[in-house]
Design a protein around this ligand. Structure first.
Ligand SMILES: Cc1ncc(COP(=O)(O)O)c(C=O)c1O
Length: 455
């Protein structure tokens, strides 16, 4: 081990989350270029998961860097309360133009979790201003994930992440995930009559619609459900149920937004209009923290009519350097046609995954859309029996893949929030077909090594 790595590993002990997290990094990330990251020795790793399903236009883009520097040379920061922010206003205009037409205003913040908090508060105040202050509950889904802060975690149903903080959370109701591979109702599509969507109607009736503010869901499941894609009827039914009960639909596009699934927003695959969209990750290509909440016209109008201030915000929110980074990322995405490319090459991506990996006995299911794929690992394909949680199967596979130069995002809890191993792959949208082949070859080898250890 080099002195440099030894020193970094010692210093890692100074960063609480690094030593106490489930992943224990061993190497230093030295630089990034396109879809690759390089360690201290110059070894190249393909960023096949785009970090945590986030990197969109690739690493080290000089145009984004130059645009940020140009803005910093002018001014890096000013308080949003005192000044109009030209780059941010241009960004709001741009985002509302690519959003579903009913969403006409943006509120900016710094992370996906902050976006969820913001959306929860906007929904609550919307009802309050309409004389319905008792509408406060946000219904989520089991295995849904919307962020680590307390409001966002309250709306999330990911048992492992909620676990030790249960007492700090609002115990808002949850419905089952629309995950056919592990149907929470033990039914099969289409005979199920989309019981997983009807569950929302039932729970709202049970708790009382007068107490329910919003329903929140990721259009295509993210980390916790290994990219589950609900059936075509699901979101139209959810929309109808929300409308029936005067409940807002918050669409969490933190992963799916800004092109990851082959459309600007994941919900477009269902043709449904949410009342609020939250997004983050890909919108800045990960060059800087930035997140957005995009809001239905009726909500904006109501606040205006009532002269109601939204008393909420963050010091660094929407700073001009981040706004310029986002605008440049959007320029690049449009000029390179990355969303259309994602839809088209995404088909090849899934075809190759199935061809190269489905012969492995421990590959249970491969699902997702565009460049967002979840691969579920099983002990038995016939019974879908998961590995023992103590084996930490997806984390072991991640180590083996990393040794081969391929980065994947491992996680657990797909079955009941605790059991079940899976990993996600979500490469930068610029990945080529040859690179896709190489990545799946590396994963094929990693699975072979893994199966030698466990079968
Ligand atoms: C669907 C979803 N919502 C919200 C979040 C929280 O975003 P952040 O980590 O930027 O706070 C995440 C993070 O992974 C996510 O996947």
């Amino acid at each position: 081990m080099s002195d440099r790595v030894e020193k970094a590993q010692k210093l890692a002990g100074k960063v609480f989350g690094t030593v106490h997290g489930p992943l224990q990094p061993k190497a230093i990330c030295d630089r990034g270029e396109g879809i690759y990251l390089f360690d201290q020795d110059g070894k190249r790793y393909m960023d096949f998961s785009g970090g945590p399903m986030a990197v969109s236009i690739g690493h080290g883009d000089k145009r984004v860097r130059d645009a940020m520097i140009e803005q910093m040379n002018k001014v890096s920061f000013f308080f949003r309360g005192f000044w109009l922010n030209e780059p941010l206003l241009a960004l709001a205009d741009r985002i509302t133009k690519i959003s579903p037409p009913n969403l006409t205003m943006c509120q900016f913040c710094n992370s996906g979790s902050e976006a969820t908090e913001t959306a929860i508060k906007i929904a609550h105040q919307y009802h309050l201003e309409r004389g319905k202050p008792e509408k406060y509950m946000v219904i989520g889904r089991w295995q849904g994930y919307h962020g680590m802060t307390l409001g966002a975690l309250s709306a999330s149903g990911l048992t492992l992440r909620r676990g030790k903080f249960g007492q700090l959370l609002n115990q808002w109701p949850k419905i089952g995930a629309p995950l056919c591979y592990h149907c929470p109702y033990d039914l099969s599509y289409p005979g199920c009559k989309i019981r997983c969507a009807q569950a929302l109607d039932e729970i709202i009736n049970q708790v009382g619609a007068q107490y329910v503010s919003a329903f929140i869901a990721e259009p295509i499941g993210g980390a916790a459900t290994a990219c589950m894609v609900p059936v075509p009827e699901y979101y139209p039914m959810i929309r109808e149920i929300c409308d029936k009960h005067d409940v807002l639909f918050i669409d969490d596009e933190v992963i799916c937004g800004f092109g990851r699934t082959g459309k600007w927003f994941g919900i477009e695959h269902w043709g449904v209009k949410p009342d609020i969209i939250t997004s983050a990750k890909g919108m800045t290509g990960c060059y800087t923290p930035m997140a957005v909440v995009i809001i239905d016209e009726k909500i904006g109008k109501l606040f205006t009519e009532k002269g109601a201030a939204f008393i909420h915000g963050f010091t660094m929110e929407g700073n001009p350097v981040s706004a310029v980074a986002c605008l440049t990322v959007l320029d690049i995405m449009e000029e390179k046609g990355l969303i259309e490319r994602c839809a088209k090459v995404g088909e090849y991506f899934f075809k190759q995954a199935k061809e190269k990996l489905s012969n492995h006995a421990t590959v249970g299911d491969i699902r997702g859309k565009g460049f967002l794929m979840g691969i579920e690992m099983v002990k038995s394909r016939e019974t879908k029996e998961p590995f023992a949680p103590t084996l930490r199967a997806s984390y072991r596979l991640q180590q083996l893949a990393m040794e081969k130069g391929c980065m994947i995002y491992p996680t657990t809890g797909v079955i009941n929030g605790i059991k079940g191993d899976h990993f996600l792959v979500a490469p930068p949208l610029i990945i080529t077909e040859e690179e896709i082949d190489t990545a799946f070859d590396m994963l094929d080898e990693a699975f072979t090594d893994f199966e030698k250890e466990v079968l």
